[in-house]
Ligand binder design. Sequence first.
Ligand SMILES: Cc1ncc(C[n+]2csc(CCOP(=O)(O)OP(=O)(O)O)c2C)c(N)n1
Ligand code: SF4
Ligand code: SF4
Ligand code: SF4
Length: 872
Amino acid sequence: GVVHVTSFRPFPGRQLVALLRRCRGVAVIERMDNPLAQSNPLAAELKAAFADAAAGAAAYPQIDKLPNFFCGIAGLGGRDVRPGDFVAVAEALAAGKSGLFALGIRHPLALERREDPDVRAPHSFSLRGHSIGGFGSVTTNKVIANVVGDLFGKHVQAFPKYGSEKRGLPTNYYLCAADEHIRHHCELLHVDLVAMHDLMPFAQGDPLVGLRPQGAVFLNTDKPLEQIWASLPATAQQRIRALGLRLYALDTLAIAGELAPSPELRLRMQGIALLGAFLRITPFREEKKLSEQELYPAVEKSLEKYFGKRGRAVVEANLKAVTRGFREVREVPVPAGEAATAAPARLPVLAGPAAPDEGDGRPLRAENFCRVLEAYASGGEEELVADRDLARSLIAAASSARRDFTHLAPDIPEFLPAQCVGCMECVTECPDSAIIAKVIEPAPLEQALAAEPDETLRAELRRQFVETQKFHTLPTKKGEGGGLFSLVIDPTKCKGCGECVVVCGSHQALRMVKKSPEALGWHQKSTAFLHQLPATPKRFLSEKALADLMLSDEAWLYAGGAGSCMGCGEATALRMLLAATGFTHGRDNIGLVAATGCNSVFGSTYPYNPFAVPWTNSLFENPATVAMGIRGRWDQLGWQGKRLWVLGGDGALYDIGFQALSRLLVSGMDVKVLVLDTQVYSNTGGQASGSTFVAQEAKMAAFGKEGTGKVERRKELGLLCALHPNVFVAQTTPAHINHFYRAVMEANAFPGPAVIIAYSPCMPEHGIGDDRAAEQAKLAVESRAFPLFVYDPRKGERMKERFDLKSNPALKEDWYVNPKTNQPVDFIAFARTEGRFRRHFDADGNPSEALKAGQDDRLKNWRLLQELAGLR
Ligand SMILES: Cc1ncc(C[n+]2csc(CCOP(=O)(O)OP(=O)(O)O)c2C)c(N)n1
Ligand code: SF4
Ligand code: SF4
Ligand code: SF4
């Protein structure tokens, strides 16, 4: 039998003893590990309750012997707890085993899962999806669940795989429909339908695992029907034949591209076409004898529920996508014949420039770590033995360099060298370290080209190197000899956000193109060629031209391959922080202490770590405290020169860890702090923080019948920090390259604590396009939503000497007026461009009273800053 404890306090000791006293053995399964304790908490309390009963405590049932306690740890490494695990526990218990066991991992204490029975109710139907975060699959799955529940009267369970992947990265989702209440909750291994966003899942494991004979496979592909079969790996063809699977295909991206009301909805909308295909290829509609037309009202109702708040046009576009999915999904003919037996294609691990290189005798050995990376790349991570290195979650430096994103995005930038001026903005702003630039002297370039045997390729490679004003004309005039500038887009790192194209702007030296085997082949070749060239000679690097920092190898301390969303503003801020610090202090003199938040999640999703410098994460609330400890020890060791940075979101540093931050600031210790200000708790889905703007719609500050978004005024963390004794403070954005770099360099040089607050656009929470980070940050500054400032306590006795507002436009005015439109760029103008304020505008575009209050808050703040800077 099974007892499920739902209330831990007051502990139901008497009741549990009464229920279990006749059992010979009791297995206690807890989703945690309490190292060095007597037992996990539930097991400890249960044993205590039995001890009380044995001692004859009042009101306890009498017992004459104790059961055999068998205590288990589940869920380590985020592993699923499966029906087969319960079978293994029951068998071990029946065999009289006692003591401690673990589930779901490879470890001496683990019970082996020999089989994984199908525990679904009879006539259940289940779907497993293999998709990409941000493709709308999680929402689609919920909409499908609603429709199946409403229209077909089924019990439905729909959920995504629990994990830390953000937008743009592979993920799974599950749906189960049954005629009775669904009692299991685990990742679905026994399924009737597998849906795939493309062919990638075949390279990452076995997406057909657990698919029943005569089941169905849905494939999103832009290939013509007749080419689809040939594009499948041989092992997949063989399985499809052997199991008699039906194969369906649809180009959902094309449908979304034609129907999406705005470009940023294109990726998110493609998932919804699957709903149409689902209704067509599953048996539900026929069982209920519903016509196509009878489906749509229920579909519309569900779409209204999920997309209604985005407006009628979005609901209608989604409904059209469903209709087209229903009508256009095609069955792919499976040709007769034998398929060759071949091992499943596995993704090779990239040979990265930053190889894990810890030597023997160190806790993290290279061969171990390559084994881990290979296992994760090919979907074999469950086979890894939970040894000492794995159990401590140690990750080799810059291991994310070995992660391959080549097949994630549909588009990739193309470089048009003739238009490039070498401004380095694209290299600096790319959140994924995917653009690499170099300046090279003509002789070594010719030497490298000479090694290329293919003449056409050689000519094409040479064409990529351009004579720019900065690196060629000016040095030539000075008689120093000019250099040639070039950049490449590493296809294994680019997530296709398009931000580089936006920042390149009127230079028009970058444009997005559809990925093709030719385009990818070219990017691979040009990237390999650039990597083998010598580093940019030092004479082309000047501390005055800060945008050029990333030409230097020392500045390259954040590898691509992190799990951040496409276009994430936090990632750019982190890269730039490391570039400026590495450039002046060197990679061996930097340490990072991260607060839990997006930065720690995309920065340490096992086994991928983008940081080439030591990094640690303790808790959400305590990075400042941990850093004080590290600083103290470093100083004892005489390591005063090393720079130590705390990283954290606004949730961590404006709110939950504010007290610890304040303690650090008054301590005077030489610790620097970077606040990644997204104005919400991004990692947990956008709860309001102290930094959220007035009127902004966020969780805990909802917009609707009960509220108008955030009502409290914004907390100005920068000012609060500045009023601590002797702290350097800057408020800046990664889009203001010089301001940002200068602030970091000053902070590093400041003898004491320093705080940098970086405006970090967050696509899903701000409701902006994946390519908008830099543009929205600029607008936030222009509109006084987030003014730039630097507070340097060394600059003088009076506040106005220490407080610098330079780099904001129209310093003495309330609002900056855009010379092109002649319109003031006020907070309302900024709000108009972001989804988080969308509902404050009526159909005619008039702002709400609440948004006007938001504008008032920003103006009051700006005037206070002007006053501090002596401008009012
Ligand atoms: C004490 C504590 N409470 C809650 C959480 C769950 N949690 C993890 S990250 C996070 C949000 C982080 O938000 P923020 O600091 O703004 O960083 P962002 O994700 O926006 O970068 C929360 C609430 C936690 N880890 N610890
Ligand atoms: S599209 Fe995005 S990820 Fe790709 S190179 Fe440009 S900025 Fe980087
Ligand atoms: S932003 Fe455009 S002009 Fe500037 S370096 Fe990049 S490609 Fe060249
Ligand atoms: S900060 Fe926003 S954009 Fe960046 S990873 Fe987190 S949720 Fe994604």
